[in-house]
Design a binder for this molecule. Structure first.
Ligand code: ADP
Ligand code: MG
Length: 743
């Protein structure tokens, strides 16, 4: 029942409280037709709104009419995106009314059956009013509150409606606010007259009914998924251009962000790994570059990475060699250091040389024209030919220059290599030797230092198994060593005993530190004992200790640390394809594993700077797109304020209304992410192809990155959802009537 005792209603306008309803006493508990009259502005509408609960009294009061009443608005408030029929059907559905066939009979009675498929903007005011009445009647609530229900109808229709409401009032409380006294007074059971917000008169005309209307509190109604989808997709149609802009911005920003994340999270090591898997590579060569050559461009692969590659892919064939080779050349008593960038291994050359040498024998080298010119300059030689037969010492191994290539010959007239300018440049200072000479040279550059403790002192001892070419004469003993024997240097011998001859045949125990690829801390140590077989003559700490070949290999690979002293090792992955490429590149079938590596390195440096740019762009666009999304959500909610008000007046929970926008945002997110994911696959292909066409890379640099897709899906979505919650919470503070009035 309605029982209002001395309630007031004030509106706040610019901090002024304007009283609209004053000291209202109303008690209604029986079915019947109740008429509120009064002049325009007397407060009829406000009173109806407060009674129904779509507006609030100044006094906090529990209102059991709310949820038990249907409201007929003065300006109808139908949902614009639904037909007349759908408007009514929707209201019935949320109120769990199943008898949809009633719609047709009520529509017939109200004479709107012909226009039931029309949307509100295709209906006249009178027709809309009748749809609103049909809606109010069919949701079948104990209270019907109608604000000027006949205000937009002609005389005949108005009379019909008035009688119709009179009929309905036999079982329900029907409250009508009207200034049309002639129409309703004859039908009224009770009449309240308002003036300036006060009830100045109350007449009880007749009451045939005696049974009271009893209602309990009613829970808020729910929207089902269909309704939610309907309302959320409504936005797409009405805000078409806005949606297109939003989608385009999202697409652009997501794509840039994806690419940025992809580049940022791309790890060259992983890329190499993937290549290894793809090409089933088992042959890997790791090259240590000297500092001069690396010049900041080289990608560094750490010892740990090498180890993990070797372990992971069971690589059985890998070697480590230094590329920091500074051969020395002596001429007319002057010795100069020569920088060479590559050593090529080949025993037969097809390129043109000055003397026409084709086969390279053990201990012989052919040098490039560029290297020769440099030597001519530095050694003050008149003619390049004077270099022929000079000795060139690489790691103290004396080799003989037997010939010089004529200029550019190593390119062999192949045009397609011209793009590899930087690569070719690096090759210009090269030296060619056969496999066994190379073995000798590279042997001397293996991990030929071990770190040992002798007499509590920590020493780096140079080790070797080469006893022929370059060692000094012996002071004592013999060079002939077995696996458990050693020839030591003079300096160490001196520190061990004053009488060095006594040392021959005695044992020396080395406490050898064990290093991993990281040389910072030894991971352990091992004692190994050797019988001293000889002592070298020269008092030079850097003279290597001579071990047997087996023992050298063991020490070199288990304890050797020479190659790890550099801060970086450059990893090169060699697959059959690139080997093939190199074969074509050089008809001499020279093994040059640097090719792929350099390509990666250049790309890496190149891409790093581009990556920064793309990342900045990505972040900016990402932020913009989120802002645009939020503005879209905001607009979407504001544009729906009227509908939200109607939904609230239909007693739908705010939580369910929020679901409309959650669904809207989620649908947009899912759509864009699906589109973006597909486009992104192509973009990655395009970028890879582009880089490959520039010869910057020899294989894919970018890969599809699932992480980034997850990021661009969830980050904007969750921000938007929080935003939806914030806005709808704000709306919660408004009365339904305030929301409805917005339109
Ligand atoms: P009626 O329906 O009898 O014509 P209303 O209830 O619409 O009267 O209005 C009563 C008074 O309250 C009027 O003076 C009107 O100006 C004022 N009023 C109505 N709504 C608002 C509002 N939202 N804010 C401020 N004043 C309002
Ligand atoms: Mg009014």
């Amino acid at each position: 029942m309605i029982n209002i005792v001395g309630n007031n209603k004030t509106y706040k306008i610019k901090n002024n409280k304007i009283p609209v309803l004053k000291n209202i006493h109303i008690s209604i508990d029986k079915p019947g037709l109740y008429i509120f009259t009064g002049e325009s502005g007397s407060g009829k509408s406000t009173l109806l709104n407060c009674l129904s609960g779509i507006d609030q009294w100044d006094e906090q009061e529990t209102n059991n009419v709310k949820g038990n009443c249907s409201f007929i608005f003065q300006d109808y408030h139908l949902f614009p995106h639904m037909t007349a029929y759908e408007n009514v059907k929707f209201a019935m559905e949320i109120n769990h009314k199943k008898q949809m066939n009633q719609i047709d009979s009520v529509f017939n009675e109200l004479q709107i059956q012909d226009v039931k498929e029309h949307e509100p903007n295709q209906l006249s005011g009178g027709q809309q009013q009748r749809v609103a009445i049909a809606r109010a009647i069919l949701i079948d609530k104990p209270y019907i509150l109608a604000d000027e229900p006949t205000g937009n109808l002609d005389e005949k229709n108005a009379l019909d409606i008035a009688h119709y409401l009179k009929e309905v009032s036999k079982n329900k409380v029907v409250i009508v606010a009207t200034h049309d006294l002639s129409l309703f007074i004859p039908l009224a059971d009770e009449v309240y007259k308002l003036e300036h917000g006060e009830i100045i008169d109350h007449q009880v005309i007749s009451h045939k009914q005696s049974k009271n209307i009893e209602v309990g509190d009613k829970d808020e109604e729910r929207l089902n998924f269909n309704h939610i989808l309907r309302f959320s997709s409504k936005g797409y149609k009405t805000k078409y251009s806005r949606l297109v802009i939003l989608l385009l911005t999202l697409l652009l920003s997501f794509l840039t962000t994806l690419t940025a994340i992809n580049i940022l999270t791309n790890d060259i090591f992983e890329i190499k790994e993937r290549q290894m898997i793809k090409h089933q590579i088992s042959d890997v060569e790791f090259v240590k570059y000297g500092n001069n050559l690396s010049s900041g461009l080289m990608y560094s692969i750490t010892g740990d990475e090498i180890q993990s590659l070797v372990n992971k892919y069971n690589i059985d064939n890998y070697i480590l060699f230094t590329d920091q080779i500074s051969p020395q050349i002596t001429y007319n008593n002057q010795t100069i250091d020569v920088h060479i960038s590559r050593i090529y291994r080949t025993s037969h050359v097809t390129k043109n040389t000055i003397l026409g040498v084709r086969d390279i024998s053990y201990g012989e080298v052919i040098i490039t024209q560029e290297l020769a010119s440099e030597l001519v300059d530095e050694l003050n030689i008149n003619n390049v030919n004077e270099l022929i037969n000079l000795n060139i010492a690489i790691n103290e191994i004396q080799l003989k220059i037997v010939d010089i290539f004529v200029q550019q010959s190593y390119i062999d007239g192949q045009d397609n290599v011209s793009t590899e300018a930087s690569h070719i440049d690096a090759l210009k200072h090269s030296i060619y030797m056969n496999e066994s000479t190379y073995f000798l040279v590279s042997h001397a550059t293996r991990r030929d230092y071990i770190n040992v403790n002798i007499n509590e002192f920590n020493n780096n001892i140079r080790i070797t198994d080469l006893n022929q070419s370059f060692f000094q004469a012996l002071a004592f003993g013999t060079l002939d060593v077995d696996n458990d024997e050693v020839v030591i240097d003079y300096h160490t011998a001196l520190s061990l005993s004053d009488d060095m001859s006594q040392l021959i045949g005695t044992d020396i125990t080395l406490d050898i530190n064990q290093y991993t690829f990281n040389i910072n801390d030894p991971i352990g140590h091992e004692y190994r004992t050797y019988t001293i077989r000889g002592i070298f003559q020269t008092n030079n700490e850097d003279i290597p200790w001579l071990f047997s070949e087996d023992e050298f290999n063991l020490l070199s690979y288990n304890f050797g640390m020479n190659n790890y002293q550099s801060n970086a090792l450059n990893g090169i992955v060699v697959d059959d394809i690139s080997k093939q490429l190199l074969k074509e590149f050089d008809s001499n079938q020279i093994t040059d594993y640097t090719y792929i590596s350099q390509s990666i390195n250049i790309t890496n440096a190149y891409i790093d700077s581009v990556a920064l740019l793309i990342s900045i762009l990505g972040v900016i666009l990402f932020v913009i797109s989120i802002l645009i999304t939020l503005s879209y959500v905001n607009n979407s909610i504001i544009a729906m304020k009227n509908e939200i008000g109607i939904l609230r007046s239909l007693n739908i929970s705010l939580k369910d209304i929020m679901k409309i926008f959650v669904t809207e945002v989620t649908l947009i997110s899912i759509t864009t992410v699906i589109i973006v994911s597909i486009i992104h696959v192509f973009i990655i292909q395009i970028i890879n192809h582009f880089l490959q066409s520039l010869d910057l890379i020899s294989f894919n640099y970018l890969y599809y990155n699932y992480l980034s897709v997850i990021i661009i899906f969830f980050v904007p979505l969750s921000i938007s959802l929080v935003f939806v919650k914030v806005i709808t919470n704000k709306l919660n503070k408004l009365n339904s009537i305030e929301l409805i009035r917005y339109s």
